[in-house]
Ligand binder design. Sequence first.
Ligand code: FAD
Length: 209
Amino acid sequence: MQDYDYIVAGGGSAGCVLASRLSEDSRNRVLLIESGQRDTDKYIHIPATFFKVLEKGRDALFYASEPEQGLNGRPSIVPQGHVLGGGSSVNAMVYIRGSRQDYDTWAQLGCRSWGYDKVLPVFRDLENNQRLSGEYHGATGELTVSDRAYGHPLSWAFIRAAQEVGIPYNEDFNGARQEGVGFYQTTTSRGRVAVRRRLICGRRRGVPT
Ligand SMILES: Cc1cc2nc3c(=O)[nH]c(=O)nc-3n(C[C@H](O)[C@H](O)[C@H](O)COP(=O)(O)OP(=O)(O)OC[C@H]3O[C@@H](n4cnc5c(N)ncnc54)[C@H](O)[C@@H]3O)c2cc1C
């Protein structure tokens, strides 16, 4: 038996960041408990192959909602990551925050610290954006955010077509306005899903694994 100062239950997106940050102080003894397995499936680390991980089923749990009227009485299937990295190991890596209006509505309803002006500095602090910096973006955090390496000609055609019918081009869905058409940024780094590992191991900040 060992003693710990902190026990973090769940090695998912939030748990990994929490454990990593707590471990920055080498005096802290931190235990991270994850009920899933290690993130050894190669498709966890290749961007956009998350659906193969879901297909195999080993690293995800599939919950079902109550029957939905809008789905003709069928339940909606809700997958959740069940592996080191949690949802960040099985997700689509799209980097889009909630809208300003949603956060501000939560604040008005009583969650005062969830207003957009309160959460924006937290987003900025976490973010390591490869292209954007300034009021809406950070460039020194743990979460690497980058542009796609390749744009398929059909994707470009879709974006041009949307503009032709009056939808404005938007080059930053996490900036001043979310509306529009464009390419979203993703939480990928140099062609890999590298974020999660760095968060877990805290290598950038010299934290022992
Ligand atoms: C298929 C899919 C696609 C998605 N696509 C996107 C996207 O493109 N962009 C985006 O921003 N978000 C996306 N998301 C959502 C995003 O991944 C989640 O919102 C986020 O990962 C939630 O983080 P979390 O720390 O709250 O929970 P999780 O990351 O789910 O972490 C919870 C962890 O706790 C573990 N756990 C559960 N019970 C126990 C227990 N009793 N003991 C120990 N460990 C336990 C689980 O195994 C899991 O690892 C997607 C999610 C899924 C499932």
